[in-house]
Design a protein around this ligand. Structure first.
Ligand code: PLP
Length: 404
């Protein structure tokens, strides 16, 4: 028998295991150290009360024969697809209808599973630094070539550097590519793309027949009114883009699990409707997101739910601001944190990411995420997040300022 030996080419998931190893080593020697974790990518605030109430009511429905629901539609219940179409897209001038939205259990699964629709020979472009799931899922599908340990790159991927020089939004690739992963607001840099920048990508993709896979998992953190929340706010995107949405960071669903993928009816490649292919894929391999969870997600769009979600987001953004302003005042180069929970911080005097990580761990007792773990262009940076508690965040910033 043959296994999919692309899996054997994957390097170990080094970043978070190496962080855990270094933290355990330090706390083993210094059990008294009160560490503050500013590297976390998970939310910490509980689910909004409106979501909880809707989920409790749905639990009760499942306990009675009259209201019990078994398998639901693989695409998601119409009540949630319609709410998303109305509030997430149409209210912002993005022409997406309920039947172009597919509810799922996570943007991570959708970002990976979408690869089922595309052949192994397609050339894939990713940002550098990058959310690792885009890279690893393409490697598993055989689209990434071989992993070059020295250059820390896959031989067949097109890497688009996101650097201080280009404001952490990538330039168009030199050669032709078929699939382009874009993520704005970005993890890890916290950068956003303007309407003009996204229009250039849409025009490029329509010209060469590429497909943009747009990850909008952090759109709820956008505060600047002119920044688009959806690629479908850009003219021409309906013929070249797929968008991923998630309730994880928006509404605290990281442990509850609900997300969605939007694929316009006009998106056709190789004579096939990608919306129809995704529908076929989901009906074959996915049996739907739990009814109780979808009712909880629906409550995010009520007046109460929206207010509660906004409060949580404002809390995380206020932490991000504490980090951004505190570290900038200490003389570090700081970006992100305005339309994003992520703050991207240049290391002092170009110190390697892992050295700065160790310094902050050992001297300030603050845990961060080294930028080098997200790709070669992340070297010289660390990622901090606003997902912690307000007091801890303020204290961590004070500790960092003291040692710099
Ligand atoms: N996309 C990006 C850019 C992320 O950072 C994350 C989670 O950290 C996800 C997707 C995953 O979202 P979900 O919880 O919906 O799977």
């Amino acid at each position: 028998m043959q296994i999919n030996d692309n899996f054997c080419k994957l390097p170990g998931s080094y970043l978070f295991s190496e962080i855990a190893r270094r933290v355990a080593g330090y706390t083993g020697e210094h059990p008294e150290a009160a560490l503050i974790r500013l590297g976390i990518g998970d939310v910490t605030r509980p689910l909004p009360p409106a979501v909880l109430a809707a989920m409790h009511a749905a639990v009760d429905e499942q306990g009675s024969a009259e209201t019990f629901r078994g398998y639901g539609p693989e695409q998601g219940y119409p009540f949630l697809r319609e709410a998303m179409a109305r509030y997430d897209f149409q209210a912002r001038g993005a022409e997406i209808s309920a039947d172009e939205i597919f509810i799922s259990d996570g943007a991570k699964s959708d970002c990976g599973n979408i690869g089922d629709l595309f052949g192994p020979g397609n050339r894939v472009a990713v940002c550098d630094p990058v959310y690792p799931a885009y890279v690893d899922t393409n490697a598993m599908a055989g689209r990434a070539g071989e992993y070059d340990k020295v250059r820390e790159r896959w031989t067949e991927l097109c890497y688009m550097p996101c650097t201080a020089e280009n404001g952490f939004t990538p330039d168009l690739p030199d050669g032709a590519v078929d699939l382009i992963y874009l993520c704005f607001p970005n993890n890890p840099t916290g950068a956003v793309a303007t309407r003009e920048q996204l229009k250039r990508w849409v025009d490029y993709a329509n010209d060469c027949g590429a497909v943009i896979l747009f990850d909008a998992a952090y759109e709820a953190f956008i505060t600047e009114p002119e920044i688009p929340h959806s690629i479908f706010e850009i003219e021409g995107a309906r013929t070249c883009a797929i968008e991923f949405r998630s309730f994880s960071k928006t509404a605290g669903f990281t442990g509850t699990r609900c997300a969605a993928t939007a694929i316009p009816g006009e998106l056709v490649r190789g004579g096939a409707s990608l919306r129809e292919l995704w529908n076929r894929r989901q009906c074959t391999k996915f049996n739907g997101t739990p009814y109780i969870v979808q009712r909880g997600a629906e409550a995010v769009y009520t007046a109460e739910g929206r207010r509660q979600v906004e409060e949580n987001i404002a809390y995380y953004l206020s932490n991000a601001r504490t980090i951004r302003e505190g570290l900038a005042a200490a003389g570090l180069k700081v970006s992100g944190g305005v339309n994003s929970p992520y703050v991207w911080v240049g290391t002092p005097n170009g110190m390697p990411s892992w050295d700065f990580f160790d310094l902050l761990l050992q001297r300030a007792n603050v845990v961060t995420t080294p930028g080098a773990g997200f790709g070669p262009s992340g070297e010289g940076y660390i990622r901090l997040t606003g997902f912690g508690g307000a007091e801890d965040t303020a204290q961590a910033v004070e500790r960092i300022k003291r040692i710099l």
